[in-house]
Design a protein around this ligand. Structure first.
Ligand code: SF4
Length: 378
């Protein structure tokens, strides 16, 4: 089918709308915010969560649907679909005189040409990915490492062969799975191009890990994190502020710092607890078993964590639930929320200074997590 663009005066261009409409690939519901910031391509290697039991999550983000492995053949078909869409977009770029560069004008011209493309999530995702460099990929869903290693290796290698420009391939990984995987297999995956892992540490306190049914101990977290680093992965560890509530905040902060010091991950990312109806932890909250901390109490917990951290990575507050407050009609965040956060140990004093500033701000202007009950999984 032939379309005429009015964008740059270079005249008519063609693309195969039928082919594009038929090309699609499967995408799961979530990815870490930093992968959104990188405009990573999302590829679904497995479906849902293999655990589904953590009391603050309960696999609700995946609608508690059953975990499934996908076949290597199906995942490769998805990669082929991405390739076909990317080829078509680049061909239009050449026809419009942009030399294969995926400029915004290319997408605008294509979308204006045929409204059906607006409904194609696959087209939109691939366009966005290429427009922002096409260099990072996130493998979904909650625990890709649970795939048999030889299968995951095939997927990563095929992905890199199909798109040699890819610089980073990332995935979530459960610490339990990492701890069970032989180091040699992890090294093979890292060498093949799986480069960054996101692990939900949540807490380094064994009592809390057991209470929230994380299914892993602090010692296993340390083992998993150390192995991931030794295998050559870049490692992000997620910490859940306020998971211990008022009763256990201090042991939570101190033991989490202890575990993180042992692992020394590349990134520590703080994700404050947010709960809502349907979650077991919300039931505990309504029964008074869990008492949520106030905004200043949360900040004191973060202060204890930071004071006890002796790591050489980055500490990131890249989520809007990290300490925010109102001033007149405006909302402010205490910490910067970019994906690279603060470099430790160099900027540790700066983070502690910000915490002190937050503690001096009237607590009633801080936004309390109770105001957000019902907004879980953000
Ligand atoms: S936190 Fe992760 S491992 Fe736990 S239930 Fe949710 S998705 Fe699964």
């Amino acid at each position: 089918m032939t379309y005429t663009t009015s964008g740059n005066g270079l005249g008519p261009f063609t693309f195969d709308i039928e082919k594009l409409s038929q090309c699609s690939f499967e995408v799961g519901p979530i990815r870490p915010p930093s992968e959104g910031g990188s405009h990573s391509l999302l590829l679904r290697a497995t479906r849902n969560c293999s655990w589904n039991r953590c009391k603050f999550c309960y696999g609700m983000i995946y609608n508690r649907e059953k975990f499934e492995l996908r076949s290597v053949e199906d995942i490769k078909k998805d990669i082929d679909a991405v390739r076909a869409i990317a080829d078509e977009i680049k061909a239009v770029s050449w026809k419009l005189g942009y030399g294969g560069e995926v400029k915004a004008d290319v997408g605008i011209a294509m979308l204006r040409s045929d409204p059906r493309l607006r409904a194609s999530q696959s087209f939109v995702l691939v366009f966005d990915w290429l427009h922002f460099g096409g260099s990072t990929v996130f493998l979904q869903d909650a625990n890709t490492l649970i795939m048999p290693t030889h299968q995951l290796l095939q997927v990563v290698r095929y992905l890199k062969e199909t798109f040699p420009a890819i610089e980073r391939v990332t995935s979530y990984a459960r610490a339990k799975t990492l701890a069970k995987k032989p180091l040699e297999e992890l090294k093979e995956l890292s060498s093949a191009g799986l480069s960054r892992l996101h692990v939900g540490l949540e807490t380094g306190d064994d009592e809390l890990l057991s209470y929230v049914d994380k299914g892993v101990t602090a010692a296993e977290h340390i083992d998993a994190g150390k192995k991931a680093k030794e295998a050559g992965f870049e490692l992000s560890e997620y910490v859940m502020t306020d998971l211990g509530g008022r009763a256990r905040w201090e042991q939570h902060a101190r033991n989490t710092a202890r575990v993180l010091n042992e692992i020394n991950p590349d990134f520590i990312r703080l994700r404050p607890l947010a709960i809502g109806p349907g979650l077991p932890l919300y039931e505990d909250y309504t029964k008074g078993i869990l008492q949520l901390s106030s905004p200043h109490e949360r900040l004191r917990e973060v202060k204890t964590l930071v004071e006890n951290l002796h790591v050489t990575g980055r500490v990131c507050f890249d989520h809007f639930l990290n300490s925010w407050y109102r001033d007149s009609d405006r909302r402010y965040t205490l910490f910067k929320q970019d994906y690279n956060g603060y470099r430790f140990p160099e900027e540790k004093a700066r983070v502690l200074q910000l915490i002190e500033e937050g503690l001096r701000i009237d607590e009633s202007t801080h936004i309390h997590v109770k105001d957000l009950i019902g907004i879980a999984h953000l």
